[in-house]
Design a protein around this ligand. Structure first.
Ligand code: CTP
Length: 408
């Protein structure tokens, strides 16, 4: 995404170069803008170096060869992130002024505006500032923070008004810009492997990383859904804003899914559930006696089949790995497990292996219709699955809450 990061005049402007770097690392194209007051705290050079391009400030704006830079930049950008945002910047934008580069960019029609305020608590909670925040939200602008924490001014101590840290802002920007088309919906996701213990120190499992399920959970959260993620053991951190239930065995995963499933609009079952468990798990560690060992295994519960028997309003999406005759086998699974869609992948193809950041799947319906999708990131596939699932859901009574978009 093409993002202008604009600093206004607060001490948190010293963090704006770090924010620019974080956004570049996350794959965004960035440019920096700054008010005169911001440049009392951070140098133009450090902003330019972090952004990798010249900074739009008053000097550049009014340079004889400058042209209408606010118009040109507003056309280039997909989003404007004002960090830090002062009370004065909020006031200017709320009242439609254009006497600094940032308010001019807003009036010139940057498609999306996100504010990261930073100020003293008394200023942030002042009715005049809060009235401006309400006005700006009415224009479709979004807010990230401020948070409670130590404030910069001498002797101020703790309070609400601290700008979110650069890494948090960079991580939350996609959510702030996403359409809220899943607001009012409940999404349930399973992810990762399960483990079936043979004895206290050995288990049967598989190399699932959980990345696909976490991507679905994060995408649904970013689009406004209330999300529960039931996760087997993974190395991934709990996504913020998602209710995470950690489990190990198939039995525990089924138990954790059952109650949220009753209320869910969508279940996306990405978990690689181990199909077998020990017929009689040992209570104590077994020493390796003898040269061979025979294990007696029994089937784990089929979670989707069990939940399918309780299915009412839920749209259900499953995943299947096949090495051959994929489409008819996946369609058969979709019928058996009452799935609207099943994502078929071939583990033998590059781009579909466990643990990668990309996935290449064929969407298969119970009727056997197949749609081969190109290789894409797991996040992009998550978004696509949410798009498809949305078409299958009945509209929310009274209409789903929609994000207000800012149009010019
Ligand atoms: N699944 C499940 N419970 C299990 C095993 C699998 O809910 N015990 C789910 C998976 O999360 C996945 C889907 O079922 O969404 C398909 O998984 P797969 O293992 O391919 O299905 P099986 O019916 O077990 O197929 P096979 O007989 O080929 O192993």
């Amino acid at each position: 995404m093409r993002v202008i990061v604009a600093a206004t005049g607060g001490v948190a402007a010293i963090k704006t170069p770090a924010l620019l770097r974080r956004l570049v690392e996350a794959g965004h194209e960035v440019r920096a803008a700054a008010t005169d007051d911001a440049l009392k705290f951070v140098t133009k050079l450090s902003l330019a170096v972090a952004a990798g391009s010249p900074v739009l400030d008053r000097e550049a704006w009014f340079a004889p060869e400058g042209g209408a830079l606010h118009i040109e930049w507003a056309r280039w950008a997909e989003a404007l992130l004002i960090a830090p945002a002062t009370a004065d910047a909020l006031g200017s934008a709320a009242t439609g002024r254009a006497d600094d580069v940032i308010s001019a960019l807003i009036l010139a029609g940057v498609p999306q505006v996100v504010w990261a305020p930073a100020m003293n608590s008394a200023m942030w909670t002042h009715p005049a500032v809060q009235r401006n925040v309400v006005t700006l939200k009415g224009f479709g602008h979004r807010f990230l923070g401020p948070e409670h924490g130590t404030l910069a001014a001498q002797g101020e101590g703790q309070g609400v008004g601290r700008m979110l840290e650069p890494e948090v802002l960079a991580a939350r920007l996609p959510a702030a810009l996403a359409p809220q088309d899943w607001a009012g919906r409940r999404v349930l996701v399973s992810a990762g492997p399960t483990r079936e213990y043979l004895d206290p120190v050995r288990f049967l499992s598989n190399p699932s990383s959980g990345k696909m399920g976490y991507a679905v959970a994060e995408a649904a959260r970013d689009r406004g859904a209330s999300v529960t993620l039931v996760s087997g053991p993974t190395a991934l951190a709990d996504p913020h804003g998602v209710s995470v239930i950690r489990v190990e065995s198939a039995q525990e995963m089924l138990a954790a899914l059952r109650q949220p499933f009753a209320e869910a609009d969508l279940l996306v079952m990405t978990a690689a559930v181990a199909d077998w468990q020990a017929a009689q798990p040992e209570a104590t560690k077994q020493a390796k006696l003898g040269k061979t060992q025979v294990l007696q295994l029994i089937r784990t519960p089929d979670i989707l089949e069990t939940l399918a028997a309780e299915k009412r309003q839920q749209v259900m999406i499953g995943f299947a790995m096949e090495t051959h005759e994929g489409v008819p086998k996946a369609a058969d699974k979709a019928r058996r497990k009452r799935l609207e869609l099943i994502c078929l992948n071939y583990p033998t193809r590059s781009g579909s292996a466990f643990g990668g950041d990309d996935n290449e799947v064929t969407l298969v319906t119970a009727a056997g219709a197949a749609e081969a999708l190109p290789r894409m990131s797991k996040r992009a596939l998550a978004e696509l699955l949410l798009d498809r699932a949305k078409e299958l859901l009945p509209p929310i009574a009274g209409g789903a809450a929609q994000g207000v978009s800012f149009t010019t």
